[in-house]
Design a protein around this ligand. Structure first.
Ligand SMILES: [Zn+2]
Length: 205
């Protein structure tokens, strides 16, 4: 538990004060972040989805301005992006999102921060993402963490960069995991999204 100092000075100062704590929580749970991106800050912006942009030596997390006066939602969005900061890695041009494992973990962590952190809230907010592919990725990561609560740390001992983790790395680190789950976790989230869209299309036909 911690006191949210600075929240009265405006949302940007409040969330920037909390960022080191969110990062520390992520590192405790999921292993240390890769060096080289130490200078991290959060900014609000008016358009675009939340994201993280890297620059030499650091990164900026962008959170949507529309939720800047609801700190709990802003923290939740920020927490998702913090997972992408643990082991930055540039995806190939044809892969627009991270793996199911990385996005599912980011979604798991955002829900966790939402539920557990004592930050003020002014609006009810439904932490599960509206997007079905994120929700399914999250549930797959929940299955992994149920099987082995420190699975992410163990897998990252085999391979530190979350976005590069392969099926064999998971099988090595998590004894007894089903090959189907390991396989599902390492797919690009985009593939899962397209599959769900196709399935929705087939249901209509
Ligand atoms: Zn993400």
């Amino acid at each position: 538990m911690f006191e949210m100092e600075g929240i009265e000075d405006g949302p940007a100062s409040g969330i920037n004060a909390a960022l080191p704590l969110i990062l520390a929580e992520a590192e405790t749970l999921y292993g240390e972040r890769k060096p080289g991106y130490e200078d991290v800050r959060v900014e609000f912006r008016d358009s675009g989805a939340p994201c993280v942009e890297f620059r030499p030596g650091g990164a900026t997390i962008y959170v949507r301005s529309e939720i800047s006066d609801t700190p709990r939602e802003a923290f939740c969005e920020c927490a998702h992006e913090v997972i992408h900061l643990l082991s930055p890695h540039y995806y190939g041009a044809d892969v627009r999102t991270g793996s199911v494992l990385e996005e599912g973990l980011a979604t798991h962590f955002q829900a966790k921060i939402y539920q557990e952190w004592p930050v003020p809230t002014t609006e009810p907010f439904n932490p599960p993402p509206e997007f079905e592919h994120y929700r399914q990725a999250w549930m797959l990561v929940e299955s992994l963490l149920t099987l082995k609560p420190d699975a992410i740390r163990e897998i990252r001992n085999v391979k530190a960069t979350i976005g590069l983790i392969e099926e064999a790395d998971i099988v090595t680190a998590v004894r007894g995991i089903s090959p189907d789950l390991a396989k599902a976790l390492v797919r690009p989230l985009e593939t899962l999204k397209q599959e769900l869209q196709q399935r929705g299309q087939d249901d209509k036909d």
